[in-house]
Design a protein. Structure first.
Length: 135
């Protein structure tokens, strides 16, 4: 659902499509896929141009404090997102994260992406991914 709704045929994005192709292979080869939804969502947001490479702790705190949508996000989830920003999949795959924090961070990123793309539908596949990948 996230891939279908975040890729738009009328606005092709070759870098995003290349990432999606490569990331599916990374997931297929992964022995510990629990962090994949979080990392992939962050990368989709980055490829869509909504995630600056130089986001700082102050920016995340400001987002948490000023936006009604993100006010309830825990400090742990916000810090996790900041920690993951500069990392590639090989660094993220074995990262040990409590599942509740990983889930909250993933849901925050999906909510952020939906807001940027003006998607109002609820994603049902996120809950399934969490169950299948034990995320």
């Amino acid at each position: 659902e996230l891939l279908i709704r975040s890729t738009m045929p009328q606005n092709p994005n070759p870098a995003l499509y290349r990432f999606l192709h490569d990331s599916i292979h990374l997931l297929d080869d992964s022995h510990r896929p629990a962090n994949f939804p979080l990392w992939a969502t962050m990368e989709i947001i980055r490829h869509q141009g909504f995630l600056p490479d130089n986001i700082q702790i102050d920016d995340m705190a400001r987002l948490r404090n000023t936006s009604q949508d993100y006010r309830n996000v825990s400090r742990e989830a916000a810090d996790l997102i900041l920690d993951f920003l500069p990392l590639d999949w090989s660094q993220v795959a074995d990262y040990s994260i409590p599942s509740a924090v990983r889930r909250e961070a993933t849901e925050m990123l999906i909510q952020f992406l939906c807001k940027q793309l003006e998607i109002t539908a609820k994603f049902h596949s996120v809950e399934i991914l969490h169950e299948v990948l034990h995320a």
